[in-house]
Write a protein that binds this ligand. Structure first.
Ligand code: GDP
Length: 369
C-alpha cells in the first residue's frame, strides 16, 4: 500500500501559519483597578446614617463575610449603629414555598410604603441554594419592590448553620434601622427551625397559609401556629374564596384551643389575595392594631429585651461551637473518636468528655504561651 505522507512533496502535515492567537494571560491584568480598600468602620457608619444604600449593602456584605478582618470592621459598625437602631417595626413572614410569600411581600411592601418611610426585606433561609448570593433571584421575586427607591431587598445570607445565618440577619436589622428603614420584613420558608429564629428577632410574626383540601390544620406544625401573631389565608380569590373562608373558620377554632399568648394579644385569622390585591388593608390594619396593643401594655419593650438576651447567648453558643469545631486538631481527633463510638469501642459520654478535656487543655496551654 502506498503511503503518500512519505512522499517528500507531500504537504498534508506541514503546519499552516494560521491566525495569531491572543496571549493566554490578559496583558492588561496589572492595569485592572485594584480592589477597593476595606472602608473603615467610621466611613461605613457615616454612610449608613445618611441612608446611603451602597454603603449599607457594603456593610451587610462585611457582616456576612467569614473573613476575620471583615468581621472586625462589621462588629465595630454594628456597635456604632446600635444607638441609632430599634426604631422600626420588625415583622416576620413565613409560609411554605408556594404560599405566596413573594407575591404578598410585594403588595404588603407597597402598601406600607404608601404612608412614606422605608422598607427593608431580609430573609432567613439556611437550606436554600436559591438564595445563595442571588440578589437577582429575590429581586425578580418581588418585582415592584425591587424598583422602589425606598425598598432595600437583601437575600438570605448564604447557606450555613441556622444560628449563623440568623445572627447575620439579626445584625443586618441593626444596620438597616440605623439607615432609617422603619419597616423590616424578615421572610422565611415555613419548614423547619428557621421560624423560631425569625420569631426571636421580630415584633410580629405573620403566618401565610393556603386553603387546601379541608385538612388545613394537618401538616402545620403546632409550634409554628403557636408563634403566630396573625394567620392570613392567601389566594382567597375566584373559586377559592369559600375554601379560604372555611379554612379561616378552622384556624380560628383551632386557635381557641391554644393557651393565651404572652402578649395578651389574641392572634387573628384573615383571608386575602396577594395576587388580586384583595384584603390587604385589612391585614395591615390588624398589624397596626397589634403594635398599638403591645406598645401600650409594655410587651413590645419586654419582648425586645428578651430577644437581646437571647441573641447574646446565641452568639456565645455559636462562637464557642465554631471555635471548637474549626480547630484542626480537634477536628482530627473527633474523627477518630467518632469512629470509636460508632464501633461501640467507646461510650458517647466518655468520648465527649475526652474531646472537651483535650480542647480545654489545649486552650490553657495556648493561654500560657
Ligand atoms: P412563595 O414561594 O411563597 O414566595 O410564593 P409565590 O409568591 O412565588 O407564589 C406562588 C404561586 O402562587 C405563584 O404562581 C403566584 O402567582 C401564586 N399566587 C400568589 N398569591 C396568589 C393569590 O393571592 N391568588 C392566586 N390565585 N395565586 C397567587
Amino acid at each position: 500500500m502506498q503511503h503518500p505522507e512519505n512522499d517528500e512533496k507531500y504537504s498534508g502535515l506541514t503546519v499552516n501559519s494560521g491566525v495569531a492567537q491572543p496571549p493566554s494571560v490578559n496583558p492588561y491584568l496589572h492595569k485592572r483597578p485594584k480592589r477597593k480598600p476595606l472602608p473603615t468602620a467610621s466611613e461605613l457608619v457615616e454612610g449608613i446614617l445618611k441612608g446611603d444604600v451602597t454603603v449599607l449593602s457594603r456593610a451587610v456584605t462585611l457582616v456576612e463575610s467569614l473573613n476575620h478582618d471583615h468581621q472586625a470592621v462589621a462588629q465595630e459598625v454594628i456597635e456604632k449603629c446600635l444607638p441609632h437602631s430599634g426604631n422600626s417595626r420588625r415583622i416576620g413572614i413565613t409560609g411554605v414555598p408556594g404560599a405566596g410569600k413573594s407575591t404578598s411581600i410585594d403588595v404588603f411592601g407597597l402598601h406600607v410604603l404608601r404612608d412614606g418611610g422605608k422598607l427593608a426585606v431580609l430573609a432567613i433561609d439556611p437550606s436554600s441554594e436559591r438564595t445563595k448570593g442571588s440578589i437577582l433571584g429575590d429581586k425578580t421575586r418581588m418585582e415592584k419592590l425591587a424598583v422602589h427607591p425606598d425598598a432595600f431587598i437583601r437575600p438570605s445570607p448564604s447557606a450555613g448553620s441556622l444560628g449563623g445565618v440568623a445572627r447575620k440577619t439579626r445584625e443586618t436589622i441593626v444596620l438597616c434601622e440605623a439607615a432609617g428603614y422603619d419597616n423590616i420584613f424578615v421572610e422565611t420558608v415555613g419548614v423547619g427551625q428557621s421560624e423560631t429564629a425569625v420569631h426571636s428577632m421580630v415584633d410580629f410574626f405573620l403566618l401565610i397559609q393556603l386553603a387546601g383540601t379541608g385538612d388545613e390544620l394537618q401538616g402545620i406544625k403546632r409550634g409554628i401556629m403557636e408563634m403566630a401573631d396573625g394567620i392570613v389565608i392567601n389566594k382567597a380569590d375566584g373559586d377559592n374564596i369559600d375554601r379560604a373562608r372555611l379554612a379561616q373558620a378552622q384556624f380560628r377554632s383551632a386557635l381557641h384551643l391554644f393557651p393565651p399568648t404572652a402578649s395578651g394579644w389574641s392572634p387573628e385569622v384573615l383571608t386575602y389575595s396577594g395576587y388580586f390585591e384583595l384584603g390587604i388593608p385589612e391585614v395591615w390594619d390588624m398589624i397596626d392594631r397589634y403594635f398599638d396593643f403591645v406598645k401600650s401594655n409594655g410587651y413590645f419593650e419586654r419582648r425586645r429585651r428578651e430577644q437581646s438576651r437571647y441573641w447574646m447567648y446565641e452568639t456565645i453558643n455559636e462562637q464557642l461551637r465554631s471555635h471548637f469545631y474549626n480547630n484542626p486538631e480537634v477536628s482530627r481527633r473527633l474523627t477518630a473518636e467518632e469512629a470509636d463510638v460508632l464501633a461501640n469501642r467507646r461510650s458517647s459520654f466518655v468520648a465527649a468528655k475526652d474531646m472537651l478535656d483535650f480542647y480545654f487543655n489545649k486552650m490553657n496551654l495556648n493561654q500560657n504561651d
